[in-house]
Ligand binder design. Structure first.
Ligand code: ASP
Length: 294
């Protein structure tokens, strides 16, 4: 778990990554809102926070929820109060670059005043009314980390700023155990990125681990989960329809899959000096299904 958290913390601190932590693309109101979760494959203990503002490392808060409360998930203001209570340092997460991207898309790059929310109120309200038109396939991003130690203990950690320009309070799959994150030493672990609503509807991370439990190999388990997504009727599929998953079996073998072609994932074993990039398998979504409802 320490290693999984350490890896996620680096991504949360990377200001150039606009899908996670500091530098994440804000919600439609211009606020960076974070989701994160951890799961311990030894015990199936899990912790998560969602819609949290103002803290650099939601992954650490998620771990604290797991380790020091009888709960699995804390949301919004309650999660922030919990973080404050436990001494997490508040931080500014909106970087000038992310703010400029937000401003450009919501306000058409209107000049800034001292008050982010009030300076272009009319334009801003129009943008909010039509917020769904702001949803954009390049505004996604999440980090998935799955780690296994020499005892065979598996931990998984997921962190994201969610869908850029999302509706305030919109929560994706990343903090939801079973949707975006699942780990069980006995079978393996899986985590997702992409259109979280799809993973939430199909319980994708759990379904991958469940397939391994049912005797399917790692690659087949991933493929079955992507095939499940083909049955989701989705009027928004033309706008955003990418889903990805990474997985590890209980022996530590790794594989990944995507609905998009030519994507990759990264892994490293102790006997390797450098991480290695490997291609993900691809199972595209069926076009016909996405067009069924308009
Ligand atoms: N899965 C994340 C979410 O829906 C976003 C992403 O992975 O790009 O919030």
């Amino acid at each position: 778990m320490d290693a999984a958290i350490a890896a996620v913390r680096c991504v949360e601190d990377n200001r150039d990554d606009h899908g996670v932590g500091t530098g994440g693309i804000p919600n439609v109101l211009g606020q960076v809102e974070l989701d994160a979760s951890v799961m311990d494959g030894r015990t199936l203990a899990a912790g998560a926070v969602c819609a949290v503002k103002g803290y650099r490392h939601p992954i650490e808060i998620a771990r604290k929820v797991m380790e020091s409360t009888p709960h699995v998930m804390l949301a919004g203001a309650g999660a922030e109060l919990f973080a404050e209570w436990h001494g997490f340092e508040p931080a500014e997460l909106l970087t000038p670059e992310a703010e400029a991207i937000w401003r450009e898309r919501t306000l058409g790059g209107a000049p800034t005043g001292s008050n982010l929310y009030a300076d272009s109120y009319q334009m801003y309200m129009a943008a909010v009314r039509d917020w769904v038109t702001l949803l954009h396939d390049r505004m996604l991003g999440t980090t998935n980390v799955i780690v296994r130690d020499q005892q065979g203990d598996i931990a998984s950690a997921v962190s994201t700023s969610g869908w850029g320009f999302k509706w305030p309070g919109r929560v994706g799959d990343s903090p939801i155990i079973g949707a975006g994150n699942y780990a069980d030493n006995r079978y393996g672990a899986a985590a997702c990125t992409g259109r979280g609503e799809m993973a939430m509807r199909a319980a994708t991370a759990y379904s991958i681990v469940r397939s391994m439990r049912d005797g399917f190999g790692l690659e087949d388990a991933l493929r079955r989960a992507m095939l499940d997504l083909q049955d989701l009727v989705d009027p928004f599929a033309e706008r955003v329809n990418v889903m990805n998953a990474v997985a590890m079996d209980r022996e530590g073998n790794v594989a990944a899959i995507s609905t998009a072609a030519d994507t990759a994932f990264v892994f490293q074993r102790l006997d390797m000096d450098e991480p290695e990039e490997r291609p993900r398998a691809c199972v595209p979504l069926k076009q016909a299904r996405s067009q069924q409802v308009s």
